[in-house]
Design a binder for this molecule. Structure first.
Ligand SMILES: NC(=O)c1ccc[n+]([C@@H]2O[C@H](COP(=O)([O-])OP(=O)(O)OC[C@H]3O[C@@H](n4cnc5c(N)ncnc54)[C@H](O)[C@@H]3O)[C@@H](O)[C@H]2O)c1
Length: 366
């Protein structure tokens, strides 16, 4: 049996966590041979509800659940953690503008970034789920100068899974036979679900659907699925979000299956012309606990326009919170090559390991 790993979850008494914590404790996320210590964090007013969830976890008698600790502040809750799932966020209330939501959450995620910087394990892997997820990840990372931006990711796997599920339903294919879907951009209605590289049973997906259905039915459906679920359920998606968190972390830590592509919100390194310094959903492959952007996918003119649209929204979100971002971390977030955690330092001017050490010079985001 391995040594236990420490996983912090914020918003641990919320709807997503109610579905997620039991999956983590059963080994679905980190593997069925990996014991876990859960450091659960809530706002002070929800600690009693959190105690109830902890009792339920105990009552499942999960063999892999080593310890549960409960915290009403992130400084304690992030101590020595290897993984952080940042789910708790300020919800959008009636009459609230998007800008207000951005500002309220900017404070929460700035504090969380500082606490990760000061208290977490130096190799901590972070997934931001609370909305607006991409920009919250940016804020947290900009407040964590000792950590690499590549340690911060945002959840767009739910969009990726939705894109797969809806395509499976339309074509009658089993989701396991659908590969290489890409969701580009923001976790919002501007995201671009791209099927041009996707395959169904190894045949191009675009040859099995009509262009008309793809553009006027499929894309809006994936983009607006979150809203559709709220309208139907009266609550935002929780079980599918929990499943997407499990999938995102599982693949990041344990690797994507051979040939598969998944979508992750990560800091742009300039690939596909996307501006650096924002957290954008890219196609990635993972191995050895690292992710790498899949390069060289051909994008048509119309696709590029969609990618630019969602990029612009992220740039607008960034400028709305710009006054809250420390300037000291601006440069390190613009040039990822100076802060890769590969055990080797790659410098922006190209110095570093020799070209012969090819595997070291790969511009790999760790
Ligand atoms: N990225 C995605 O794909 C995706 C998908 C679904 C939901 N979301 C977002 O995830 C977030 C959580 O969703 P939910 O349905 O679980 O909401 P919820 O309201 O049921 O639960 C959120 C919990 O977070 C807690 N919380 C709030 N601020 C906190 C803080 N600073 N520290 C610790 N805990 C805090 C609240 O007390 C609450 O218990 C929302 O922002 C939602 O919009 C993202």
């Amino acid at each position: 049996m391995r040594r236990p790993i420490r996983i912090a979850v914020t918003g641990a008494a919320g709807a997503i966590s109610n579905n997620l914590l039991f999956k983590i404790a059963s080994g679905e996320m980190m593997g069925t041979d990996q014991p876990v210590i859960m450091q659960l964090i809530e706002v002070p007013g929800r600690m009693e509800a959190l105690r109830g969830i902890a009792m339920e976890l105990e009552d499942c008698a999960f063999p892999l659940l080593h310890t549960i600790t409960l915290h009403d502040n992130v400084e304690e809750g992030f101590e020595n953690i290897h993984y952080a799932l940042l789910i708790g966020a300020y919800p959008r209330g009636p009459g609230m503008e998007r800008r207000d939501l951005l500002e309220m959450n900017a404070e929460i995620f700035a504090r969380q970034g500082k606490a990760l910087n000061d208290f977490a394990n130096r190799d901590v892997k972070i997934l931001v789920v609370g909305n607006p997820a991409n920009t919250n990840a940016l804020i947290a990372s900009r407040n964590a100068p000792k950590l690499s931006p590549s340690q911060f990711t945002a959840l767009t796997r739910l969009d990726h899974n939705r894109a797969k599920g809806i395509l499976a339903n339309h074509t009658g294919a089993n989701p396991k036979n659908i590969s290489r879907i890409v969701v580009w951009g923001n976790h919002s209605t501007t995201q671009y679900p791209d099927l041009h590289h996707a395959t169904i049973l190894d045949e191009p997906a675009m040859q099995q659907i009509s262009e008309e259905w793809y553009r006027s039915v499929y894309i809006p459906k994936v983009q607006q699925r979150g809203g559709e679920i709220i309208a139907a359920r009266g609550q935002s998606s929780a079980a599918s979000a929990a499943q997407a968190i499990v999938d995102h972390m599982h693949d990041w830590v344990l690797g994507t299956s051979p040939g598969e592509i998944v979508s992750m919100g990560i800091f742009s390194d300039g690939s596909y012309g996307i501006q650096k310094g924002i957290v954008y959903s890219f196609p990635v492959r993972c191995d050895y606990g690292r992710y790498q952007i899949v390069k060289g996918l051909e994008i048509n003119e119309w696709g590029l326009q969609q990618m630019r649209l969602t990029e612009q929204e992220l740039l607008d979100e960034k400028s709305a919170v710009n006054h809250l971002l420390p300037t000291a971390t601006a440069a390190s977030h613009e040039d990822l090559s100076i802060c890769l955690r590969s055990g080797v330092t790659l410098y922006a001017d190209g110095t570093g390991p020799q070209a012969s050490s090819k595997y070291l010079t790969t511009n790999r985001v760790l």
